[in-house]
Design a protein around this ligand. Sequence first.
Ligand code: GDD
Ligand code: MN
Length: 363
Amino acid sequence: MYVAALLLATGVALLLWHAASALAYYALMLRRSRAYRPPKGAFSGTVTVVIPTYNESKIIRGKLDNVASQWDPSRLEIIVVDSSTDGTADEVERWSRGRGLPVKVLREASRSGKHAAENWALREARGDVVVFTDADCEWSPGSLRSALSSLAAPGVGLVTCIKEPPRGVEGTYRSLYNVLRLGESQVHSTPIAHGELLAVRRDLATKLGGLRPGADDSDLAHRVAMEGLRSIALPDAVCREYVPGRGYFRWKLRRAQHLVEHMARASRDLPRAPKGYRAVLAWESFLHLVNPWLALASLASLAASAALGSLPAAVVLALIAASMTLGMARTWALEQLFLVTAMVKNLRGREYVWEKVEKPLSP
Ligand code: GDD
Ligand code: MN
């Protein structure tokens, strides 16, 4: 009986710790995000948009239309760096001829991953600013303009988009996370950026050695922040991304593996991180790397206590189960599960060149 009571107390304490940390950070960032007015400057340079592609022939034309509609063509260079086997590069050349807009197509002899492709494009780029963007997403009108003007503001080193919440679980997840990204950007910088729109001055990206494998986008944002410059997300640069139906879990897990690897690496820079950013980094490291384990340990304690006959433990477990009818709680729980699984899977390594997950043909 004594053991059951101890397990119950431990389980409840861990659960409160887990929930309170997440809620406190969310509340803090919600306030910050409401006070956030992204810095703006006047951008007058040239831009290179880099699109890495692996078997995107069905959607690449729409992507190019979307990019070309956002900026003065005379100050825009588009580079597609392609390792496809489905004729994506030919499709790009057809689009280019049809529209009378030049596109530089870099054809890779073999597939060596998104980061390697982007690094090749970075070496070829001539624009003052380089904007990396995945093929399978769409920028809402004005996103590029907004990104470039914020990047021209003093002290800003990198800008990224937020993501328009789709329907379903992924949508709830996005709404929550957009608030965090914007709040963190108000404080100083966000350690999590999106490959759907990642804008950085070319000389800075080159000086930092380009992109590294894994969560290449977030990793670059973090390294820019460590330089003392701000990496910020913008409320008026919004991307719609194609979310897979089948294969969703595999897709989420691979991203989670990259994300926790990134947070683990970034957290080692905590002692040297600039003030402001250090607090954000500390919270995010905790939330990604430690907090999911608190939830798991809590459930294990409660389950053990219930198994030993504790009625209150069974009631708490039933309440947790009942809370799963709330979309928000369900999304949160699923996310914790992805993070824990990703950390365990990372012990055996991760993929830097990943299998393509089929997505619908529009976001
Ligand atoms: N050239 C080239 N070579 N392009 C590639 C390769 C490759 O080996 N692998 C993927 N790409 C391209 C895709 O065609 C797409 O345009 C973009 O890179 C992103 O690939 P997705 O397969 O759509 O990845 P994702 O959206 O699930 O990945 C997300 O997480 C990654 C980190 O885990 C995005 O946010 C990525 O930007 C991020 O790097
Ligand atoms: Mn994608």
